[in-house]
Design a binder for this molecule. Structure first.
Ligand SMILES: *Cc1c(COP(=O)(O)O)cnc(C)c1O
Length: 356
């Protein structure tokens, strides 16, 4: 039986994406060839890459607005260094918001390139909230933030108004909610949270921002080279790009980000309501910053751990334990998680209340 998969990443994808991906591995487009054995320069694959890039921009409302979408390798973690490499000037500086473990990892890389100002941090409170009152130095080459803190279950509900170029790691909430995406200069996201299998990273970049910092950049790390080569500078991650395209098509068929967001809000409300109602549970993040993608929560009495763990496993739930730095539980309810699956978890939480 198919499990209710709450894993934080790699994570759940629409069932039809699994099925169509499997088909393409055996016989891609009825060509008599597997997608795994065709040239990335073949007509069939170039069409996949073109559609994936165009559809990403279309869903984000950035079509024809001077943006390019790239599908690169190396995960979101490679973007941690590509961003400063491409945007930080010699002797310049970058500004970062430290809202969690991934933000910290991005800061570590930026420090290798130049002065890195941390405008605010919630580290002292184990990242239970997103810092809000801070100033971005007007002379920074860019400001970097993390829209959704996958590990701690917090999410930025608004973004700073600034003249400094805005860079955002959206790995765990890309395509999950409507935003004015044109406020960002670079958006990046590892595929494996909300878009596809591990191996591809979506980078959405404003054309006017690239190729301007005067640094010599190794080819593979140079956004300008990837843009010029239509995201085919070298062999791209062919299969992850294809599976990501299938997910993007699925989002479009559902009615785009607006429709998906509506369902995401309903799922998050259902689960947070139960966490707040049920005396056996409490949320791990402050209420106003709660993530609609990664719901972190704890048992009020850790003595119930064994019973609860047994119950959710028996209900066919997988991937619920929290990250070791938070403990407790993390229910990742990405786009393709159904509300029926969330109801299964809520039912187990209510059953625990009756059982103890
Ligand atoms: C998972 C995650 C990353 C790291 O992604 P990789 O693709 O493994 O490098 C970075 N940022 C956020 C917000 C994440 O959730």
């Amino acid at each position: 039986m198919k499990k209710h998969n709450y894993s934080a990443g790699p994570s759940i994808l629409p069932q039809e994406v699994f099925e169509k991906s499997a088909e393409a591995i055996l016989n891609f487009n009825n060509s008599g060839l597997s997608i795994l054995e065709i040239s990335h320069r073949s007509k069939d694959f170039v069409a996949v890459m073109d559609e994936a890039r165009a559809l990403a921009l279309e869903l984000l409302g950035l079509e024809g607005k001077g943006y390019q979408a790239l599908f690169l390798g190396g995960g979101a973690s490679l973007e941690f260094l590509m961003v400063p490499y491409n945007l930080m000037k010699e002797g310049g500086k970058a500004a970062y918001l430290d809202s969690g473990t991934w933000a910290t990892a991005a800061i570590k890389e930026a420090k290798l390139f130049g002065e890195t100002v941390i405008v605010a941090s919630s580290k002292e409170d184990n990242y239970t909230y997103v810092p809000k009152d801070y100033e971005i130095p007007a002379d920074a080459d860019y400001f970097h933030c993390t829209s959704n803190n996958t590990i701690f279950g917090t999410q930025m509900k608004s973004f700073p108004k600034t003249n400094v170029p805005l860079v955002c790691d959206m790995s765990s909430d890309i395509f999950s909610r409507q935003l004015d995406f044109s406020q960002f200069d670079i958006i990046y996201a590892g595929a494996q949270k909300n878009m596809g299998p591990a191996g591809a990273t979506l980078v959405v970049i404003k054309e006017e921002i690239i190729g301007k910092n005067g640094r010599a950049i190794p080819s593979m790390l140079d956004y300008a080279k990837h843009v010029k080569a239509d995201s085919m500078f070298n062999t791209p991650p062919v299969f992850p790009v294809y599976a990501s395209l299938l997910t993007l098509r699925w989002i479009k068929e559902k009615g785009g980000i607006a429709a998906v967001e509506k369902l995401n809000n309903a799922k998050a409300e259902l689960l947070y309501n139960e966490i707040d109602r049920n005396p056996l549970f409490k949320g791990a993040a402050v209420e106003e910053d709660r993530s609609n993608m990664n719901v972190t929560f704890l048992l009020t009495n850790p003595e119930h751990t064994e019973t609860f763990d047994k119950m959710w496993k028996e209900a066919g739930i997988s991937g619920l334990p929290g990250h070791r730095s938070v403990g407790g539980y993390r229910a990742s309810i990405y786009n393709s998680m159904s509300i029926e699956s969330v109801q299964v978890l809520v039912d187990v939480m209510q059953a625990l209340e009756k059982a103890v």
